[in-house]
Design a protein around this ligand. Structure first.
Ligand code: NDP
Length: 240
């Protein structure tokens, strides 16, 4: 059965692969982005998937944006909270703004989007929420107190909201990707990246499509008994 799905950060990287996979699975997809208009336009031209521009860190923008999506496409039954940013640096060098922005974009967005989507899901007795965490939220990472805290928070948020949704037919799960070949990882200096790959038992970076595969599974109609789970997709790098 085709549902309406919103994928935040759905125009690039992992989110792009999720948007495409959900469309291929028969869903009507809205991909949310923040600033890169050129990438969003190219994405729509290539995939035919509609894009919506708002800042997921902004509570009111999420309320307004989700209302627009529902008016355009219909009630939203699937939310994939994928948008995320890094602002790396050791604690000594990290600014308060680097902390706030990463927490608001990666973790605050999950609250903002759930607040907009959850009441309708309760009414319709069906919902699927998938939050994209990170291996670095499970294991920690040098120079990422902000990102690791936000991603770790996503895992707690997921388990708590799963308990609220379960009796209403709403599942809430997380995926913790390992290192995936996207723009975010391309920003890692090559010598550092070589060391990271050396620690991945699979011997390579993951592909965005390999994360999308997990999302398609979790949002399926017959995945209703899977909730509060974290699916690690990391090439064996961290077994949690
Ligand atoms: P990218 O940097 O490639 O893409 C990020 C996407 O998020 C873009 O579409 C971007 O929009 C959007 N976005 C960023 N900030 C906002 C915002 N405030 N409001 C709305 N949209 C926003 O990221 P990845 O594909 O690499 O990562 C996707 C998710 O997976 C993130 O949550 C990341 O933390 C997580 N992850 C990634 C890993 C990796 O190895 N790549 C590993 C583990 C987790 P725009 O194009 O307008 O900038």
């Amino acid at each position: 059965m085709g549902r309406v799905a919103v994928v935040t950060g759905g125009t690039r990287g992992i989110g792009r692969a999720i948007s495409v996979a959900l469309k291929e699975a028969g869903h009507t997809v809205a991909a949310v982005y923040h600033g890169n208009d050129a990438a969003a336009a190219a994405f729509t031209a290539e995939t035919g998937i509609a894009t919506y521009k708002w800042d997921v860190a902004d509570y009111e923008a999420c309320q307004a944006g989700m209302a627009t999506v529902a008016a355009d496409l219909g009630p939203v039954d699937i939310v994939v909270n994928n948008a995320g940013i890094t602002r790396d640096g050791t604690l000594m060098k990290m600014s308060h703004d680097d902390w706030d922005r990463v927490i608001a974009t990666n973790l605050g967005s999950c609250f903002n989007m759930a607040k907009a989507a959850f009441p309708g899901m309760v009414e319709r007795k069906f919902g699927r929420i998938v939050n994209i965490g990170s291996i670095n939220g499970q294991a920690g990472q040098y120079g990422q107190v902000n990102y690791a805290a936000a991603k770790s928070g996503i895992h707690g948020f997921t388990k708590a909201l799963a308990q609220e949704g379960a009796r209403h037919g709403i599942t809430v799960n997380a995926i913790a990707p390992g290192y995936i070949d996207t723009d975010m990882v391309a920003a890692v200096p090559p010598p550092v990246l070589e060391k990271i790959i050396a620690k991945i038992p699979a011997g390579r970076l993951g592909k965005a499509e390999e994360i999308a595969r997990g999302v398609v599974f979790l949002v399926a109609e017959d995945a209703g008994f899977v909730t509060g789970a974290t699916m690690s997709i990391n090439g064996g790098q961290h077994m949690y």
